[in-house]
Design a protein around this ligand. Structure first.
Ligand code: PEP
Ligand code: MN
Length: 277
């Protein structure tokens, strides 16, 4: 029995000369023999917070840095991010650590400025079917990390990737970040089967976000290990130097020392599936 994916999806699926796509971002590679770990706070809050987080994740062995400057918040009353100032802080954190930066872009008209500062453009779950935005990042010169929509099927997610590839941008990383479930104990439901499914039908690399998919700090480590065991090409993990003071997503953010332990424990899991860290 093989997976019966829609034949209307052309570019995001495997085909002649498209078996497995490697994406190089500075010294980092997503989709190769090594599991790429992207880590950092949910949101850039200040220069001090971001530099502290960046140094900590670098020391623990992360290969890329995350942090939101333009934040998609459920309510207008919540902290919306530092915008351009946040992008500048991210560029400074890259300068300090040498780690490439992944950050979200929410609107087509903001792509140019985000591209100027970031190494990877993140499309958030809430924008996973924002077609003008997908078309615009299809014309961007930087790789795109495409989150799965909150309630997207795998085919809808690959169809969103299709927009970016069709636009001419070949560097798309898929990100499984949990889908809407019905439990109250986790924020979303991590669909881990999506990882081997994507690896089977698509040539694009897939990373897992154990932070947003669970919403619970204690679940981040086990789900990260499970994701790597399932064949994920990488992880994107929220790490905050002081999660209790975080302006966003503190409850799911690892402390730097938890992140260090996670990195230590991931090595053997990666090796057990023929990969390294
Ligand atoms: C994020 O990564 O900070 C984020 C908002 O994620 P998602 O779009 O998956 O909710
Ligand atoms: Mn977050």
């Amino acid at each position: 029995m093989t997976l019966n994916i829609s034949s209307k999806i052309k570019l995001a699926v495997k085909g002649e000369g498209r078996e497995s796509t490697l994406i190089r971002i500075g010294d980092a590679v997503i989709g190769g023999g090594k599991v790429a770990v992207i880590a950092g706070p949910c949101t850039v809050e200040s220069r001090e917070q971001m530099i502290e987080a960046a140094s900590a994740v670098k020391a623990a062995g992360a290969s890329m840095l995350r942090g939101g400057a333009f934040k998609p918040r459920t309510l207008p009353y919540s902290f919306q991010g530092l915008g351009l100032e946040g992008l500048k802080i991210l560029a400074e954190a890259r300068e300090e650590t040498g780690l490439p930066v992944v950050t979200e872009v929410m609107a087509p008209e903001e792509v140019a400025v985000v591209e100027e500062y970031a190494d990877v453009l993140q499309i958030g779950a809430r924008n996973a079917q924002n077609y003008p935005l997908l078309k615009r990042v299809g014309k961007a010169q930087k790789p795109v990390l495409l989150k799965r929509g909150l309630a997207s099927t795998i085919e809808e997610w690959l169809s969103a990737a299709e927009y970016i590839l069709h636009g001419g941008n070949a560097d798309v990383v898929l990100c499984e970040r949990g889908i809407r479930g019905y439990g109250r104990l986790t924020r979303f439901t991590l669909d881990l089967a999506a990882v081997p499914i994507v690896k089977e039908v698509s040539h694009l690399p897939v990373v897992v976000d154990p932070s947003h998919s669970t919403g619970v700090r204690s679940l981040v480590k086990p789900m990260s290990k499970a994701a790597v065991a399932a064949g994920a090409d990488g992880l994107i993990v929220e790490v905050h130097p002081h999660p209790d003071e975080a302006l966003c997503d503190g409850a799911q953010s690892l402390r730097p020392r938890d992140f260090e332990t996670l990195m230590d424990e991931l090595g053997p899991v990666a090796r057990s599936v023929g990969r390294g860290l």
